[in-house]
Design a protein around this ligand. Structure first.
Ligand code: SF4
Ligand code: SF4
Length: 612
C-alpha cells in the first residue's frame, strides 16, 4: 500500500483508540468479575505437563472440536488457525497505518508468510461461509437459546460477515494493493475487535486460559473449606474458575446435544447452567448474596442431572459442568433449601442403615451366609466389594454370585467385608457432604483394619467413589472394576460362537474411568458384540446416576426408555450391562419399549454362563 498521509495516520489512530476502548469497556468488566470471585480452594498448576498437553491438543490442534463434530469442527479449526496465522499480518497491517510496516512482500520471509496467510485466508473464507450456512439455514437446534425465542442471534451473522470480509480484503491486496482495500480491511478489523467481548466470541480470548486452568480431572469436585463453606449457594461462593468458565461458553450446544435430561424433556439444559452463571454474574456480581438457584438456574434443573458427564466431556472450551451442578446441589442441601421426600428418605437410609436401599444390614449378612462367601481375613488377594446393589438388590446379588463363580474359576482368592457400608456415591452426587464424609471415613477405617490390599467391584459408581472421591478423607486400596479384572484373564474364558450382544457403556465406567475395551473383550468370548449408535464416549445414560435412581418418578420421557429403544433397535438377543444401576434401570425399560425384549445380563453373568 502507498504510505499513509499524516491525516490518514491521525484518523487511523483515533479509530484504533476508539476500537480498543470499546473492547476494554466490556472485557475489563469481565476481567474484574472473574478476579473478584473467590479463589479456588486446592487449585494447583500440577501436573503442569498434562496442562500443557491439553492446551496443545485442545486449543492448538482443536482436537476436541474436530473429534466431536468432524465437519463443522474442521471448519472451526481453520478459523482458529487462520486467526493465529493472521496475528502477524494484523500487527503489520496496523504498523502500516502509522507508516512503519515491518514485513514486506519483497523479502523472502515476508513473501512466504504472506502467501501462507493467503492459503489460510482461502480456508477461513470457505469455512466461515460454511458455518454461516449451517447456523442460518441448517439450523441445528442445539445452537439456539430459549432466551432469544429460539432465533438465530444476529451477532453471529455479523461476526461471520466481518471475518469473511477480512479474508476477502486481505486476498484482494495480491491484485489490488490500494488505500481503498487497506481502509476496507482496517475498518472491518476495528469493528470486529470491540464486538469480541460483547458477544459469545469472547471465548476467542478466554477459552485458551480456561482449558489451561481446568481442574485437572473429569468431574473433579472441589473440597469444601471450613465450616462456612456450603457449596455454591450465593454469588459469594462462585470461584474464579467457575466465573472464567461461565464467560468462556461459546454457546455451541454440544453439551445440550448429548444431555440425557434435556433430550428427554426435562428442564435441565447444561448450556443454560453455564450461561445462567454468566447471567447471574452480569446482573448480581460475584459478591452478591442473592441465591444462585433462582432467576437464572432453577433448583429443579440442578436436581435433574444424572451426573453422566456427557456435557463436560463434550465441551470444547473447558467448561466443567459437574463441579458446578454438584456445587449448586451442595448449596441447596447443606443450607436446607432442597426439600424432597425421596431425598430425605435416602439420606436417612444411608445414615441409619449404611445402604441406599434402606434394608437392615442383617439382610446383607444373611446373603453372605447363604452364598457362603468367605469373609476377608487378610489372606485373600482381593476384597470383593458388594456395594448396595450387590449386597441387597436381588438382581445385583445374582450378578455378584456369578462374578464370584468366575473368580473361583480363575483361581483368585477373595473375601467380603462384614461391615461394608455404601460408598456414599448418591450422597456425594446429591450434595450431602456430611453423610458422604461419614460413610467414606467409616469404610476407610474398616478397610484399614481389615488390611485390604486390593478391591474389585461390579459397580462403576463404587469404583469411582472409592478411587477418587474418598481421597478427601484418606487413601483407599486400589480398586478395579470387574470388567478390568475379567479382561486380564480373558484367555482363560471359553471362546464360543454365541448370540449378538449389544453392549451399553455405563457413564461411570466409560467417560469417568476411560474403560471401553475391557467389557467388550469379555463379551467377545461369548458372542458377537454390537455397539448402539450412541456408544463409548458418546454413550447415552441409563438415567440412574447422580442419586436419581432413588428420587422417584421423572418428568418427561424416562431416560432409561429412550436408551432401551436404541438398544432394542440393534436387533441383539442380549443387552450386556456392566453396572448394577444400569441393570436395574433397563429391567423395566426393555419390557416397556418392546414386546419381545432382548435378555438383560451383566458381563459377569455372560462370562459365568460360558463356564457352565
Ligand atoms: S451430567 Fe449428564 S445429565 Fe447432567 S447436565 Fe451433563 S449431560 Fe445432562
Ligand atoms: S458449555 Fe461448552 S459445550 Fe456447552 S454450549 Fe457452552 S461451550 Fe458449548
Amino acid at each position: 500500500m502507498p504510505a499513509p498521509s499524516h491525516l490518514e495516520t491521525a484518523i487511523f489512530l483515533v479509530l484504533l483508540a476508539a476500537s480498543a476502548y470499546g473492547f476494554w469497556m466490556r472485557f475489563g468488566k469481565v476481567v474484574r468479575k472473574i478476579r473478584a470471585s473467590k479463589p479456588d480452594p486446592g487449585f494447583s498448576f500440577q501436573p503442569i505437563g498434562k496442562r500443557v498437553w491439553d492446551f496443545f491438543s485442545e486449543v492448538m490442534l482443536q482436537s476436541k472440536v474436530i473429534e466431536q463434530r468432524p465437519l463443522p469442527g474442521i471448519a472451526h479449526a481453520f478459523v482458529f488457525w487462520g486467526f493465529c496465522a493472521f496475528a502477524l499480518v494484523t500487527l503489520n497491517h496496523f504498523a502500516e497505518g502509522i507508516g512503519f510496516p515491518f514485513l514486506s512482500r519483497e523479502g523472502w520471509f515476508g513473501r512466504i508468510y504472506f502467501y501462507l496467510a493467503a492459503a489460510f485466508a482461502v480456508c477461513v473464507a470457505i469455512s466461515i461461509a460454511g458455518l454461516f450456512i449451517r447456523r442460518f439455514f441448517v439450523r441445528p437446534q442445539w445452537l439456539f437459546r430459549k432466551e432469544t425465542g429460539g432465533n438465530v442471534s444476529w451477532e453471529s451473522g455479523l461476526i461471520a460477515f466481518l471475518i469473511f470480509n477480512l479474508m476477502i480484503t486481505y486476498l484482494a491486496t495480491f491484485w489490488w494493493d490500494t488505500k481503498l482495500v487497506w481502509w476496507a480491511h482496517t475498518l472491518t478489523l476495528l469493528i470486529f475487535m470491540p464486538l469480541i467481548p460483547h458477544t459469545k466470541h469472547l471465548h476467542l480470548v478466554l477459552s485458551p486460559l480456561t482449558v489451561f486452568l481446568s481442574r485437572g480431572g473429569f468431574s473433579k469436585i472441589p473440597p469444601l473449606v471450613g465450616d462456612e463453606d456450603f457449596g455454591l449457594d450465593t454469588g459469594k461462593d462462585l470461584t474464579q474458575i467457575v466465573a472464567l468458565q461461565a464467560y468462556s461458553c461459546v454457546e455451541c450446544g454440544r453439551c445440550t446435544e448429548h444431555c440425557p435430561a434435556y433430550n428427554t424433556g426435562k428442564v435441565l439444559n447444561p448450556k443454560e447452567i453455564a450461561l445462567g452463571v454468566r447471567g447471574y454474574l452480569n446482573e448480581f456480581g460475584p459478591g452478591s448474596e442473592e441465591p444462585l438457584l433462582g432467576k437464572y438456574i432453577s433448583q429443579e434443573a440442578a436436581f435433574q442431572c444424572t451426573t453422566c458427564g456427557a456435557c463436560e466431556f463434550q465441551c470444547p472450551v473447558g467448561v466443567e459442568h459437574l463441579p458446578i451442578i454438584i456445587g449448586l446441589r451442595r448449596g441447596a442441601v447443606n443450607t436446607g433449601k432442597w426439600e424432597d421426600d425421596y431425598g430425605t428418605k435416602l439420606f436417612l437410609n444411608l445414615e441409619r442403615n449404611g445402604n441406599a436401599l434402606g434394608f437392615s444390614s442383617t439382610e446383607r449378612q444373611k446373603f453372605i451366609d447363604k452364598q457362603q462367601f468367605p469373609i476377608f481375613d487378610g489372606t485373600q488377594e482381593y476384597c470383593l466389594w458388594l456395594g448396595c446393589m450387590g449386597g441387597y438388590d436381588p438382581k445385583g446379588r445374582e450378578i455378584m454370585v456369578d462374578f464370584a463363580s468366575v473368580m473361583a474359576h480363575l483361581g483368585t482368592t477373595y473375601g467380603v467385608l462384614r461391615k461394608e457400608k455404601c460408598t456414599g456415591d448418591p450422597a456425594r452426587r446429591l450434595g450431602n457432604d456430611l453423610v458422604f464424609q461419614q460413610l467414606a471415613e467409616q469404610n476407610l477405617e474398616t478397610l484399614a483394619q481389615s488390611k485390604v490390599q486390593k478391591i474389585v467391584s461390579i459397580c462403576p459408581h463404587c469404583v469411582r467413589t472409592i478411587s477418587t472421591d474418598w481421597k478427601e478423607y484418606g487413601e483407599a486400596p486400589p480398586i478395579e472394576h470387574h470388567s478390568e479384572f475379567m479382561a486380564r484373564f480373558k484367555d482363560k474364558l471359553p471362546q464360543t460362537a454365541g448370540p449378538k450382544i449389544v453392549y451399553h457403556d455405563p457413564c461411570y465406567l466409560g467417560r469417568y474411568r476411560g474403560v471401553y475395551d475391557e467389557p467388550r473383550q469379555v463379551l467377545a468370548r461369548s458372542g458377537e458384540v454390537l455397539d448402539p449408535p450412541r456408544s463409548r464416549e458418546k454413550s447415552f445414560c441409563c438415567g440412574a446416576g447422580g442419586g436419581l435412581a432413588f428420587l422417584g418418578e421423572e418428568t418427561g420421557e424416562r431416560v432409561s426408555h429412550n436408551r432401551a429403544k436404541e438398544l432394542v433397535a440393534t436387533g441383539a438377543e442380549i443387552v450386556g450391562a456392566a453396572c448394577p444401576f444400569c441393570n436395574t434401570m433397563f429391567r423395566d425399560a426393555l419390557s416397556a419399549v418392546s414386546e419381545a425384549p432382548p435378555k438383560l445380563l451383566d458381563i459377569a453373568q455372560i462370562a459365568a454362563a460360558s463356564l457352565k
